[in-house]
Design a binder for this molecule. Sequence first.
Ligand code: COI
Length: 361
Amino acid sequence: MFTKELEVTLQKASADQIKPKPDQNSLGFGQFFTDHMFMMQWNRQQGWHDACIKPYQPFTLEPAAMVFHYGQAIFEGMKAYRGKDNQIFLFRPEDNLARMNQSALRMCMPRFPQERVLQALRAMVYLDQEWVPSTQGATLYIRPTMIATEPMLGLRPAQEYFFFIICCPVGAYYSEGFNPTKIYVEDKYVRAVPGGVGNAKTAGNYAASVKAQVEAQEKGYTQVLWLDAVERKYIEEVGTSNIFFLINDELITPPLEGTILPGVTRNSVLQLARDWGYQVSERRLTIDEIFAADKAGTLQEGFGTGTAAVIAPVGELCYRDQTIRINGGKTGTLAKRLFEELQAIQFGYQEDPHKWRVRVG
Ligand code: COI
């Protein structure tokens, strides 16, 4: 249920609430938060209400809040970029908000008025514009989140929700930066099953992935490459990103069949590669096909795509007792071209033929 004309009020941070800005050269990822946040509430009677932009602050929840017990929690990740002529842009925010509403549907949570929330988000980023970094490659990461707040221990969709957006200036997601990552092919744990919630950006998917990530890191790998849960042979996603392989000049990524996240960066990469005349396939790809291509000398590149990671080249892949190096362990030409093109569009230095950029202010 949408509340018509959701009104958004503004309470600016006072001088003593304005925080010192962190050093832009050592931002890391997700450690510092800006001066303001957006929030709104939902209940059955009023729909979405009490929408406001206010100083970043903690909030209290009842211990019985349903999110703590049954995990109704969804989120998104997008970025604001300070680019050409000091302008600030968002990248395909409508797509992220639309995906969040899809996640809400899957998790029996209320959908929200996307346009109104986007307006509020733009206003908030404008207000916090000094927080949008100006150093090379650094951005303002934006995290919209919705959680079930009704205090109730019976299992059913909650009848009260809290939606909020927080922002943090970030550098590269991986400590490798834009350098090849080492990936462990996971064949013990699975991320998502057909009919499950793999295509929803819900917190539980990430909680369930941590064990595999920790074990892979203990073995010296950056992330895991998930295989399908049924046959354990088709590749699905890598860690927190979608995955692409370039084999024999065919750019391949797994299809959206319900178990992987429909990534906005994934979609942008598909579009750019098609624009450039690549043969692009959204098709099932087995891990054996990748290793066979390596043997045959036709495996050219591998890279992950995601909002946080942008393009993350895969330099090494370990499956059971075999390890292969892709492109000699170096960043491939296509990954580099995609990274540069995407960044040039996102930061406003390049034509934007697909109208992906949204200006703030
Ligand atoms: C993103 O890429 O925006 C994500 O949500 C992944 C997260 C683990 C940082």
